[in-house]
Design a protein around this ligand. Sequence first.
Ligand code: NFS
Length: 635
Amino acid sequence: MNKEFSADQAVKQMLPFAKKAGVETVWDRFEKQQPQCGFGTLGICCRICWQGPCRIDPFGEGPSKGVCGADADTIVARNLIRGIAGGTAAHSDHGKHIALTLLEISEKKAEGYQIKDEAKLRSVADKLGLPQEGRDLYEVAGAVAEATLEDFFRKDESIHCSWFDKTLPKERVEKLEKLGVVPGNINGSIAEIMARTHIGTDADPVNLLLGGIKCALADYVGMALATDLSDAIFGTPTPVKTRANLGVIKEAAVNIAVHGHNPLLSELVCDLAAELNEEAIKAGAKDGINVVGVCCTGNEVMMRRGIPLATNFLSQELAVVTGALDAMVVDVQCIMPSLAAVKDCFHTELITTMPTCKISGATHVEFSTETAKESAGKIVKLAIEAYKRRNPAKVNLSDITQTAYAGFSTEAIVAALSAVDPNDPLKPLLDNIVNGNIRGVVLFAGCNNPNVVQDHAFTAIARELAAKNVLMLATGCGAGAFAKAGLMTPEATEAYAGDTLKAVLTAIGEAAGLSGPLPLILHMGSCVDNTRAVAVATALANKIGVDLDKLPVAASAPECMSEKAMAIGTWAVSLGLPTHLGVVPQILGSELVTKVLTEGVKDLTGGYFFVETEPKAAAAKLLGAIETRRAGLGI
Ligand code: NFS
């Protein structure tokens, strides 16, 4: 294999086994798609109505308008914001599921679930301004759930989503209010995008993009509530040491991978795996049941339970190729349909669980909150049965894993800082930003994408920024990339951090009792947990009395791919962050849209997108953005 597909050593180790087993991987299919459609790449193909499909000639020699008269600007803007709506729908559906479960818990109808973190629930109630006096925990839970669900269904959309107003700096809310982009209702914001992009409706590209911003901000709301309510139900993460990469799949265990996004399923699978451990041992697996994570569900259980992470998005098929994965249990999002064909080459059970996410060839065990425990038990038993069918001749275990620390929720970061200054926890962080020991903060987010070498840009950019004393946070498959590469460890801090960053991370780590520095990159969780980083930034901004677009904080998605990433990137820009993309977005067919998103939007929100595919240059540009912000603050 001459071409490098991945920076992940385990992937390199496993690809020849995939080939030998006749498994087609994402990289094989990517090659077969080459060359990819130039019109689609530029965003100038419109398939919205059946007069088309229409394509605009990017060279100006052929048609400049679709059959209805839509030009490249309108087509590109419509395509982009439909993607944002898709991402918003995905995140907020997840959030709604959690809110509805909280409601069922409050009605004592969701057996198997409890409120594990009462303090978090109460702090959310406070945040939402809900009275707690004279209310027991279940009544508070009910009130929080109802107030949250109101953000999905509110009749009067001129009233802001509560989770929007209550989680962002006042100045930011006012700024976005003036632009008319504050969402009042998540479902309505998504529906509005579908309506305004219908044939013959909104044709003004700038107006369309403003609609996209509003929807992306609804995405922020859906993510913020998903994160906080998950914490209330399953516990707020605290730092935990675990391992990452395909080597976490063990020979002498029943290996179950939880893959997808929503902790409602994976948490119960973990519970039932513990309950049924003896059965696995009886079946011959002397190490019992070994639950491992893939993608964001992997991040969720890694953060809360220290469950090891098997891999991130692009290498999900290779978890099956180890030949020792007995079940892959999936819920929603980022699950490759190809898994059905891959598992056919092995003994692995592929188990779908959600009525909205079925894959032909998989076993479907329907999961609902009322029957959650029973379904989770069924799933674990299917895995034990599959283990008995495992073919030792087809086992290709990896020996590659790295230590990874996860669990840096906002609360955990504040707790670590409190060890330095109990009276004013944010002060040590702020002081070190002001004195330049920490130049700024970069949040890495987003996916893998076969358009670029897997994990490479994440790790390369991070090493550059570490040396320049930038504090780094990560979520989603970006966090997976760092965990697998061993960059979420104190050792990585020793090896790569610049002197002043190292000193700060060491002082905080030691004060917090870690007997060493904090990890080089702090694992903040899954993609919905990007809002944890906003909570930290908002706390800092409120403390010094500035808006978010003044802070030396930037975001980076070096391998973005999904519609969810489009939504996240857009709200990051809307909240005022310089936002790096390492993959060229499908918008270049419109100079106007490209200009608005990379330049014009600066005047509106203070944030902007920039594209840089070369990691060193991307790191330099991120640093440049941070230094510009520092200069603006006069620090
Ligand atoms: Ni985020 Fe998580 Fe990964 Fe991308 Fe998919 S798993 S929600 S979308 S691929 S980071």
